[in-house]
Structures are given as structure tokens and as C-alpha cells.
Design a protein. Structure first.
Length: 348
């Protein structure tokens, strides 16, 4: 049986939330993998006493150090060789575990995953993807924070990987519609970076559907939207902020007897909507382009988010994500002719 490794000490509410999420996963009817909790053995074993679970499917692997949310990834990699993130990823490298999950320091998870597991051939830089909900499903947005400044060829690689992940996540054989984030649909709009990346995406073996605008992320116009990590992270955080603000504004305005009565009848609808927009419903964000499965969860993840991240990791294990990404990248790049500009970081 395959095993999923959890950085049990990572996240705002660690380790309890990670443990509770792991136990919920093990009790889920679709659960097929074992779980390895990595962290302070004494603390984890004490917390585990509060739960009932299958001892044969959950184990603890000791790591004496923890990386805080504000620590430098580069410095901690050297100064904390026994951190729960580093120890957990080493278990993946040794094939003791087959996927890694952390709600801890995002920069450390990205840097350590790359340094420990290495890159897939044909991928210069990794990307983090996030599923953005809309009324007909989800749009897969990448990169949302791994690489701030990119080359045109990086955006091509993101598009290839994003399309493969979307098909696996949705269990679909239909080629996803891939869009490139810009400031308008017209071909002459956008920066030099997006115009050159558009040429590459058009020549790739993808269902490339042109430029996407920010509003398109929250519709079914595109299945995958590609951008650099700086812009993608801004879009992600903006969406999260708008969602929380809208719910606060609605709550504030339910201030009369009639509105309170109406809200009572609408409560199931609001609850469903809140669930659909909750990042915990989608588990973790996969770090793509590395030779392994590494999922990054929100620091504020609850046990539902950790459970769903485990189910997502299980799906990627069972569908041979890394192998398919390697093959997909190699196949798609066969027909691409790169220019000198494609190899340069374009900032205008």
C-alpha cells in the first residue's frame, strides 16, 4: 500500500488539525493509502491518544525541528537538517512515502521540494497550481506563487503541466481549454512576455484558446489559465479577500426582522455557497515540475482541508502524475522551436 507523508508540525493549528485530518482521511470510504505523520514524536503520540484509528495505516516518524512561517527557506535548509519538512521530503526521495503534504512555510516547502526531489526533465522552473471555483466547476490557475519572474518558455511548460493536471483532477479525456492571462482578448494586447508565450502555446500540442482576462478565471471559458507567479498570487489572494468581504457585507446587512427571516430561509444556499468557495474544499495546491508529488495547503487549513489534500494526493499517486508530466512535457516540446527571446526573463 502506498503512503502519504504529512508535515504534522506545519500550519497555524498544527499538529492537532493535521492529525485530525489524517484520521478523517483514514475513515473516508475512498481512502486507500497509509499515512505517515512527521514531527515531534512525543507531541504527536500524545495528541493521537484522543483519536481512534487503524494503527496499521498510520505511523509517526520523528523530526526534532520545526520551521516557522516567517523563517528564511535558504537559512533553515542549512540550519535545521531535522525539520519536519526536510525529513518528510527525504522520505519521498527514499520512496518510503509517495506524496508529501504541508500547511507550513510555503517558501520552504517549494524550495525543499525542488532541492530534495529535483526537477522533471524539460521543466526549468516549478509552478504551484490552484483550483478556482465557479458556478460550473473549477478553473486551474498556475503559477500562484512559485516563480515571480518567468521566461516565455516557462509559461509554455506551465500550460502543458496545467492541462495534464486538470484532466487528472476531473477524470476527463477531453483536452482542457488553456488560456494565457492578459489585459484583453486582442492579440496585440499584453506585455512582450505574454505575446511571446502566446506564440509558443499556439504551436504546442494543446487546446490553446487565446488570452484570458482576470474575470474569465471565474467562468467556464477556460479550464486552465497560465500566468507568472507574481500575478497569479495576486489574483489568488484578491479572490480570497473578495470572497470573505462579500460574506461579511451580507452578514452586516442582515439587520432587520424581515431580512433576518429571509436569511433564515436562505441559510442552506449560503452554506452551500460558502462551502464551494472555501479553499479547504479543494485540499492542497500541487507543486508541479518536480520529481515527486508535493502539495501545499493553506496555513489556516482545517481538518477538512487536510483530509481533502490527502484524497487529492492519493488521486495523483494512483494516476501516475509525475510519470505522465514527464512524458507530456517531452512529447509537447518535440514540435516547439525556441527563439533566443523564449530563454530570457521579460519584465515588460
Amino acid at each position: 500500500m502506498k503512503s502519504i507523508v504529512i508535515d504534522a508540525m506545519g500550519g497555524d493549528n498544527a499538529p492537532f488539525i493535521n492529525i485530525e485530518g489524517a484520521v478523517r482521511y483514514l475513515k473516508h470510504p475512498n481512502s486507500k493509502c497509509n499515512v505517515i505523520l512527521v514531527g515531534n514524536e512525543g507531541i504527536l503520540n500524545k495528541e493521537l491518544q484522543q483519536f481512534s484509528y487503524d494503527n496499521n495505516r498510520l505511523s509517526v516518524f520523528h523530526a526534532s525541528q520545526t520551521i516557522s512561517m516567517d523563517e528564511s527557506p535558504t537559512k533553515s535548509f542549512k540550519d535545521k537538517p531535522d525539520s519536519s519538512i526536510k525529513v518528510g521530503l527525504n522520505l519521498i526521495k527514499k520512496n518510503t512515502g509517495h506524496a508529501f503534504i504541508s500547511a507550513g512555510n510555503t517558501g520552504a516547502v517549494m524550495a525543499y521540494s525542488l532541492l530534495t526531489l529535483g526537477r522533471i526533465q524539460g521543466v526549468d522552473r516549478p509552478a504551484v497550481g490552484a483550483f478556482m471555483p465557479h458556478d460550473k466547476g473549477t478553473t486551474f490557475l498556475l503559477d500562484v506563487g512559485a516563480v515571480s519572474v518567468v521566461k516565455p518558455k516557462n509559461l509554455l511548460q506551465f500550460g502543458i503541466m496545467g492541462a495534464l493536471v486538470y484532466k487528472k483532477f476531473h477524470r476527463s479525456e477531453i483536452e482542457p481549454k488553456v488560456g494565457l492571462l492578459s489585459i484583453g482578448e486582442e492579440s496585440e494586447k499584453g506585455t512582450s512576455l505574454v505575446r511571446e508565450a502566446k506564440r509558443l502555446l499556439e504551436s504546442a500540442q494543446l487546446n490553446f484558446s487565446g488570452f484570458a482576462e482576470g474575470r474569465d478565471i471565474f467562468t467556464d471559458k477556460f479550464d486552465v489559465v497560465v500566468t507568472d507567479g507574481f500575478t497569479g498570487n495576486v489574483a489568488l489572494k484578491l479572490a480570497e479577500g473578495v470572497t470573505s468581504t462579500v460574506f461579511r457585507m451580507i452578514k452586516k446587512r442582515v439587520n432587520t426582522p424581515i431580512r433576518k427571516l429571509a436569511a433564515l430561509f436562505m441559510r442552506p444556499t449560503f452554506n452551500d455557497l460558502k462551502k464551494d468557495l472555501d479553499p479547504n474544499s479543494y485540499g492542497g495546491s500541487p507543486l508541479l515540475g518536480i520529481k515527486g508529488i508535493s502539495l501545499i495547503c493553506h496555513g489556516s487549513s482545517n481538518s477538512e482541508g487536510i483530509k481533502n489534500a490527502l484524497l487529492e494526493a492519493q488521486r495523483f499517486i494512483n494516476t501516475h502524475l509525475v510519470q505522465d508530466l514527464e512524458e507530456g512535457i517531452a512529447h509537447s516540446l518535440e514540435s516547439i522551436k525556441f527563439t533566443k527571446l523564449d530563454e530570457e526573463e521579460i519584465t515588460h
